[in-house]
Design a protein around this ligand. Structure first.
Ligand SMILES: Cc1ncc(COP(=O)(O)O)c(C=O)c1O
Length: 440
């Protein structure tokens, strides 16, 4: 499984990147992708495996940052795309796949009384926030440190602030993430640390009447897959309800991955609105907002503006229908398998780290998990992850790549329904070598 070791095993990727930099800004299509130890060019991918342009083979734990819940080129998606190739590709008008997929989401997702389709996760979040503000007549949004809700001005706040920026735990600063962001967006956002209900309670006591919604990743996947503490989601549900604010679950990662009903199905806490993306389409661009009927209908009866040329496009929806059909089959066997496979990997990696005496926390829920090189015994919120040894993570990721394991640059690993026992064995063997090489 170890790839051959030429002088530079990534020579062709590096030279293509150089060429791309002369035309494509930064050489990559998303700055997040430039953060890989080596931004690779791929020649082929199938199932759980990928081959780069230098001929190196990898087990893929990035899943294109999430969508590929059925792996690369799953036969059901290939067939859906083939069939749709001979049908209208885009209509800008109504077609039957729209309600077919919306009905499936309604069946699977507890909060989904109504559904609206968008194309990217960032767009879905914008729609959810606009609906929440319109429904409540309030403008403040409460979000949590370390949570990512897309790159739009209104929410790209305190995603990954530095330790010297975060401010007091009891009253975190709202930190802009990007140059060029409109500075006064912070006036409409309150920031709280994750997993500390007493602080949210205090914020509600002080400003509850101004808060339109609380938005959160129900599992904090974008800062190392930290799970909510027992009772935390229930507490947020209670607080929002009692103060007339809405609860929005951003399920763009957890949706159709943690469970068929998303994190809300798994934890039994139903938000007012939820956003979906990534795994929903299984590959092509697709996102959605789902939620309570009277809030969702504000787009048509309540003066809430919303649009999108690509909304409900048949290609993405054909893939979503195929993906959801596969995920639903045999009582949700595919997602159960993905999560079981992920849990085996998590346990195997922990065991290997223990054996080599490498301080490592592996957090998450199976189909999405993350590695933290840290001496901490518990990771509760984003601030705890600031102590992670990021240099060690970078070394780990580079060596893992050399051994054929392709993970996200923040140490996150996504597991699909088509990762196999052999993938687990090969990965654990590779990770064991890498962790052994990291021993102090
Ligand atoms: C939880 C969450 N919300 C929103 C987004 C934004 O989605 P997109 O990149 O499709 O705009 C992401 C993207 O990773 C995400 O993880």
């Amino acid at each position: 499984m170890e790839a051959c070791a030429p002088a530079d095993r990534w020579a062709r990727s590096r030279s293509l990147l150089e060429r791309a930099r002369r035309s494509l800004a930064g050489g990559v299509s998303s700055p997040f992708r430039a953060k890989f130890p080596v931004p690779l060019y791929f020649a082929d991918a199938s199932g759980s495996r990928m081959t780069d342009v230098d001929g190196n083979r990898y087990i893929d734990y990035t899943l294109a940052w999430g969508p590929l819940i059925l792996g690369h080129r799953h036969p059901a998606l290939v067939e859906a795309l083939r069939r749709q190739a001979d049908r209208p590709h885009i209509l800008g008008a109504q077609h039957e796949l729209e309600y077919e997929v919306a009905e499936k989401i309604q069946e699977l997702v507890p909060c989904a009384e109504r559904v609206a389709f968008t194309s990217s996760g960032s767009e879905a979040v914008q729609l959810a926030l606009r609906l929440a503000r319109a429904a409540t007549g309030r403008s403040l949004i409460l979000k949590f440190e370390g949570h990512y809700h897309g790159w739009m001005d209104s929410v790209l706040i305190s995603h990954h602030p530095r330790a010297d920026e975060v401010g007091p735990l009891e009253k975190p600063h709202a930190v802009l993430e990007s140059r060029g962001q409109v500075a006064n967006v912070v006036e409409n956002v309150l920031v709280a640390p994750w997993n500390r209900l007493e602080i949210v309670e205090r914020l509600f006591a002080e400003r509850g009447r101004e808060i339109a919604a609380v938005i959160l990743e129900p599992v904090l996947c974008n800062s190392g897959c930290l799970l909510p503490l027992p009772g935390y989601l229930e507490g947020l549900r209670r607080l929002t309800e009692s103060h007339g604010a809405l609860l929005i679950f951003d399920e763009i990662i957890t949706g159709f991955r943690m469970a068929l009903g998303g994190a809300q199905g798994h934890y039994g806490v139903t938000p007012d609105l939820a956003t979906f993306g990534k795994a929903l389409g299984g590959g092509p661009p697709l996102s959605a907002v789902a939620g309570r009927r009277e809030i969702m209908e504000l787009m048509f009866t309540g003066g809430v503006a919303f649009g999108g040329t690509f909304n409900g496009n048949p290609i993405s929806l054909a893939c979503a229908r195929a993906t959801l059909t596969e995920l639903e089959r045999d009582g949700g066997a595919a997602l159960a398998r993905a999560n079981r496979t992920g849990q085996k990997l998590m346990e195997g990696i922990r065991e290997s780290a223990r054996r080599h005496g490498v301080p490592l926390q592996v957090c998450g829920f199976g189909a999405a998990f993350a590695l933290h090189f840290t001496a901490r015994s518990e990771l509760r919120d984003y601030r705890d992850t600031l102590e992670d040894d990021r240099e060690r993570l970078a070394t780990f990721l580079l060596r893992a790549l050399e051994h054929g394991v392709y993970a996200l640059p923040d140490g996150r690993m996504y597991v699909s329904a088509v990762h196999t026992e052999q993938d687990v064995a090969d990965t654990l063997e590779a990770v064991d070598k890498v962790l052994g090489s990291l021993r102090d």
